[in-house]
Ligand binder design. Structure first.
Ligand code: B12
Ligand code: SF4
Ligand code: SF4
Length: 250
């Protein structure tokens, strides 16, 4: 079943990027699995928010959570290094990946239903409280539970393919063996105190060693949304991602 899930997601990405209107290119998706009854889901209520959902809030008989990471091609990431404002390619990649994640989840839900299982269809983003700037379903926390990566000082989930990409997740009643959670730290600052490049790269005084000001960060994302409004809704920034040693491998 895992091989089927992974090839279904990868094939969907390849078909999506071959559409003439799609400019973004993605590297091979990474997929990992969590047990829907993993005690970490209860912990997220303390760490993320008391209103953070459990998998069983979506599907009462939830058995597993599928988490995936869609890494951006290097050229998209490099385009966002110079300047204070985000590049067009970064903004375009954000908009197109939001659509892609929505379509992958809808496709997987249909494919799972054809096999007699349920699957949720959760959006990539914009499912957050505008005042608290927190979501009741944090894809990267779920992905952390599935062993897909660890959290960087820049808050990103750093996977074996880096952190420059987007995360999606699907709750299902299909029983899948959980992936191991590797006992390693992918952020060099958290591992041994070296690095800290993302703090210096922040363009709006939002990211510090001891503190992250999500409201200042959102101000910057909204500034870029105005700058890139001809593309659609691109409330992005990502200067603490692009150009960082943890952005991508290879
Ligand atoms: C709200 C939101 C925002 C807000 C608030 C940001 C934030 N850090 O929460 C704003 C609008 C500012 C924002 C900005 C950005 N976002 Co945003 N955002 C979200 C959203 C919708 C929810 C995130 C959330 O609820 N956070 C809750 C808070 C509490 O979590 P946190 O502070 O980030 O988590 C920390 C603590 O939990 C802590 N922690 C402490 N102790 C422990 C213990 C354990 C066991 C664990 C697990 C964790 C933990 O570690 C975490 C990381 O530091 C998600 C999509 C989704 N639904 O998941 C995307 C998402 C997080 N955003 C994403 C991205 C890429 C960005 C931007 C780079 C913008 C861009 N696209 O150019 C910036 C980066 C800002 C930054 N440096 O953090 C990606 C991240 C991809 C990745 N590789 O991780 C996501 C997952 C969207 C997606 N589908 O891919 N975002
Ligand atoms: S830039 Fe350095 S300190 Fe920041 S998240 Fe990446 S590895 Fe960690
Ligand atoms: S996304 Fe931009 S404003 Fe937010 S922390 Fe990163 S560099 Fe700073």
């Amino acid at each position: 079943m895992k091989t089927w899930i992974e090839s279904t997601i990868t094939t969907f990405v390849r078909d999506f990027e071959s559409r003439p209107e799609i400019a973004t290119r993605w590297k091979t998706p990474l997929v990992a699995y969590a047990d829907a009854r993993d005690p970490l889901f209860l912990l997220f209520k303390d760490v993320v928010s008391p209103t953070h959902c459990l998998p069983q809030d979506f599907i009462p008989e939830a058995a597993s959570v599928i988490a995936y990471f869609l890494p951006f091609e290097a050229s998209i990431v490099k385009s966002n290094i110079p300047g204070r404002l985000s590049s067009e390619a970064w903004g375009q990649a954000y908009i197109e990946t939001n659509t892609l994640i929505g379509e992958i989840n809808a496709h997987m839900a249909r494919e799972l239903a054809a096999k007699g299982f349920k699957g949720t269809n959760m959006p990539a983003t914009h499912n957050f409280d505008e005042e608290r700037l927190m979501s009741d379903w944090s894809h990267r926390h779920v992905a952390y539970a599935a062993g897909l990566g660890t959290f960087g000082l820049n808050n990103m989930l750093i996977t074996e393919a880096g952190c420059a990409g987007r995360v999606g997740s699907i709750v299902t009643d299909l029983v899948l063996e959980p992936s191991p959670r590797p006992d390693l730290e992918r952020c060099a600052y958290k591992a041994d105190g070296s690095c800290g490049a993302c703090v210096s790269a922040c363009v709006h005084n939002a990211l510090f060693f001891e503190h992250f000001d999500r409201h200042r960060c959102y101000e910057m994302c909204l500034e870029n949304a105005r700058h890139l409004k001809h593309l659609g809704l691109a409330d992005v920034c990502g200067k603490c991602v692009a150009g960082m040693p943890c952005a991508f491998k290879g």
